[in-house]
Design a protein around this ligand. Structure first.
Ligand SMILES: NC(=O)c1ccc[n+]([C@@H]2O[C@H](COP(=O)([O-])OP(=O)(O)OC[C@H]3O[C@@H](n4cnc5c(N)ncnc54)[C@H](OP(=O)(O)O)[C@@H]3O)[C@@H](O)[C@H]2O)c1
Length: 304
């Protein structure tokens, strides 16, 4: 079907969990889904930020149904507790992410490298525990174009040997994307109705992003500074489009990759080929096995 990013299909009756829905791209995914009529659950570790995001959504979508779910992806006990608060979901958008830009290498309380733990392991466990609630639903994994240019050593997933923040971030995103594609293979093998779709938002900057009071106001200085970048990159509002499409488009299929149309960095959502390290089932299976061991969760679906 022709897809209009400003008029997605109505989604009344659907409930969607958006991790990191309190800020950035996740906020706009939540706002756009709420605008389409879906009930939106903002998975956020910070209740005050989630409250501001809820106010911002209600300011634009007065009839929105939005609630906060406490969720810290860097703490598996928090992830477990969050899942206990839910009883039905039509989709989860695994959007939250942390991107450190300088050393030192940091670890969670469980001793896992912070970006790998938050971006990948937290979502891996979340999806595993959510499986019974997502029997006909969709799992939308947020990757990054930077994942296409790194390699992942299953023996050193947490970059103990050669930590460099940007590379470790990209590896965490590659692990997430491999998970999304491997999940699709396993869902098909199990005959499950759940879809696993991988998206990436292109390149998005806060400075190119419209204000959403009381959550966030863009200053004139910020707008001016990022003006040149606007030629190549986009707003977080536009960066939300692939995930919204992955949740709502009835023509989207499991195992697909969706990102921005223009060089994969900006523009309307388009389907992309899955190739390179993303299309390596052996690597994906190794990452899955290691993730199951590290989290104690092994996502599994029963037959439809
Ligand atoms: N922006 C880009 O150009 C770009 C490019 C490629 C991929 N991505 C991916 O797109 C996603 C969103 O990026 P963004 O630019 O919107 O980032 P952002 O503005 O920094 O927002 C990140 C979100 O993740 C949440 N988060 C971080 N750690 C968390 C944790 N331990 N538990 C729960 N939530 C946590 C943050 O919550 P707090 O407010 O509590 O920190 C925030 O809501 C990320 O997965 C990122 O890797 C972004």
């Amino acid at each position: 079907m022709a897809w209009n990013v400003h008029r997605p299909p109505r989604a009344e009756g659907k409930t969607v969990l958006v991790t990191g829905g309190n800020a950035g791209i996740g906020y706009f995914v939540a706002e756009q889904l709420a605008g389409a009529g879906a009930e939106v659950v903002l998975g956020s570790r910070d209740a005050a930020k989630a409250a501001l995001a809820k106010q911002a959504i209600l300011a634009r979508v007065p009839a929105a149904r939005v609630r906060h779910l406490r969720l810290d992806l860097g703490d598996l006990s928090s992830v477990r507790a969050a899942v206990h608060e839910l009883n039905h979901l039509d989709a989860v958008v695994c959007n939250a992410g942390v991107h450190l830009d300088r050393p030192p290498r940091r670890e969670t309380a469980a001793g896992h490298e912070l970006m790998f733990a938050t971006n990948h392991l937290g979502h891996f466990a979340l999806v595993g525990w959510l499986a019974p609630l997502l029997a006909d639903g969709r799992v939308v994994t947020t990757g990054s174009f930077t994942a296409k240019s790194v390699t992942l050593d299953p023996a050193d997933l947490q970059s103990r040997r050669d930590y460099e923040p940007k590379r470790a971030y990209s590896r965490s995103k590659l692990a997430q994307m491999l998970f999304g594609f491997e999940l699709d293979r396993r869902l098909r093998a199990a005959g499950a109705a759940t879809l696993s779709v991988v998206t990436h938002p292109g390149g998005a900057l806060d400075g190119l992003t419209p204000s959403r009071p009381p959550l966030r106001r863009r200053s004139a200085g910020e707008r001016l500074r990022t003006l040149p970048a606007g030629l190549l990159l986009q707003s977080k509002q536009a960066a939300a489009w692939p995930a919204v499409r992955a949740v709502l488009d009835p023509d989207v299929r499991g195992g697909e990759l969706w990102g921005p149309r223009v060089f994969g960095v900006r523009g309307r959502p388009a389907r992309e080929p899955v190739r390179g390290p993303l299309a390596d089932p052996g690597l994906a299976a190794a990452v899955w096995a290691a993730s199951a061991e590290l989290t104690g969760v092994d996502p599994a679906w029963s037959l439809r």
